[in-house]
Design a binder for this molecule. Sequence first.
Ligand SMILES: Cc1ncc(COP(=O)(O)O)c(C=O)c1O
Length: 323
Amino acid sequence: MPLSDTPSMWNPFANMAVAPGNAITIVGGRGSTIFDASGRQYLDAIASLWYCNVGHGRAELAEAAARQMREIAAYQAYEVFSSEPAEALARRVAELAPIRDAKVFFTPGGGSDAVDTAAKLARAYWRAVGQPDKQVVIGRSYAYHGVNAFGTSLGGIPAFSEPFGPLVSSVEHVPWDDTGALAKLIEQVGADRVAAFFCEPVVGAGGVYFPPDGYLAEVQQICRDQDVLFVADEVITGFGRTGEWFGSSRFGLEPDIMTVAKGLTSGYLPLGAVLAGPKVAEPFWRPGTAEIFRQGYTLHRSPNRVRRGLGQLGHHRARTAVA
Ligand SMILES: Cc1ncc(COP(=O)(O)O)c(C=O)c1O
């Protein structure tokens, strides 16, 4: 078929010789059921792409978003600008997170933006505390950390990174289940050059691998002992996916940095976030500091009332968020 006769839409991660002729066109959803254009029903066992934690078709979320958009759809949050719903959402996520006094940095695109922001934050942190040589970030085999440059480089699925050539330098990998390999790599590279270790509490896109017993506690301890930031990528495991609010809660971890997205809004609007613990936040927040985390996105704001997707947990009295 000539290219001019094929549809315009180019699907992500798809073989476009095959996808258009086999399209499953989803037109609706209620709870855990979705419907295609021919009226066929499916049990959405994967919650779309592991994100629709509160279920499809929640009219109150659509209405909340519409109400907010009528007032103001978005406004930047650079420098001194803020919004009450965004602050309330940050407060609520910080309360739920297994990180004491977490600071919440929103990333409007979702998990890929959160991962790249977390990696930049890790490097910026070490520079801010006078150790600029700590630049190396470590990922694992089978890992998936999204599609931006840091995330692609940190990932451990060769087919997802090889086509793009070298992206971010000073990125290393270890086997996903081997604590000794992590300790050895840090020793080889030199702890004074390693910024952070990234891991998904449960490997998701790489094959759904549950961590070996004790693995996560041990890698967290290695990171603490070697003064390497421990980053939990909770884009999938956040917001109830493993039976606790976060995978880190389930496995008794307190990461230095966490990345979240997906269930944060259940996909009603795109949003991710980076949570930074006090050690990482301190140089950027302490009174009199000149350190600025020079990172941000134009649409750096919360999806307003959609925060109620967190199981109706909102309790603030923001004028724009109260029905
Ligand atoms: C662990 C993990 N990190 C990051 C991402 C990227 O998130 P997004 O697709 O929202 O950019 C994903 C997506 O599946 C993921 O599973």
